[in-house]
Design a protein. Sequence first.
Length: 264
Amino acid sequence: MTTTDRRLALHTLRHGHGLPVLLVHGFPVDHRMWHDVAAALPDGVTVHAVDLPGAGQSPLGAEPPSIEEAADGVVAAARSAGVERAVVVGMSMGGYVALAVAERHPGFAVALGLVDTKSTADGDEARANRLRIAEEVSSTATVDAVLGMPGVLLGATSKVARPALTSRLEEWIRSQRPDGVAWAQRAMAARPDRTEVLAGFEGPVTVVVGEEDTVTPVEAAEHMVAAAPGAALVLVQSAGHMSAVEEPAPVANAIGDLWATARG
């Protein structure tokens, strides 16, 4: 299979002008998680969202699975659409990919938005759990092993005040391919610590985190802010790990401010 055969799906959510925003989704969903954020961004912003390898409308990535492969695929998809520079915003797994983009493709990411994510590698227990889930998903050829994730991804407030979000996330998860879910888990398990990428990044950085996020908590966000010179920290009230879905307006405001700073 050639690189062309594995080209990732790129979706244009908003047409505008100037410096575009490129949104990279989290696990185990796809670009649809960004629709509400894209709609709330300032007028005139071009917004693209990508499906990572094996997610949404994208083909499976190459073996062995890696965040580096995903990052290269994101940049290739963007460049095939004429995008040579962008404000790159990643949520959770998408944040891991955004940091790899900054490391591997200098000049492409002129600003970084890191939403409910972290720059550190998995510990031994988390890594083993990812590999266990990947094996279960592969052996059963179903996504049953991750169907319960909305209970972890959503904040305490959303579980009570926004019950429809649970079924929304479940619908997105059910639509994913088992081999894509397994690929993503193995890629995340293999990722290195990229805190030093933040330390050396010369563009503006905004770190966004739901105050109720228990997956990549506020402490993980503060770690990235401490590493990146001049980084901004945005706490999203009443939101968990899926702050972009739970409270899209403040997340969009943070991204809009980052875009305005990056375009000068």
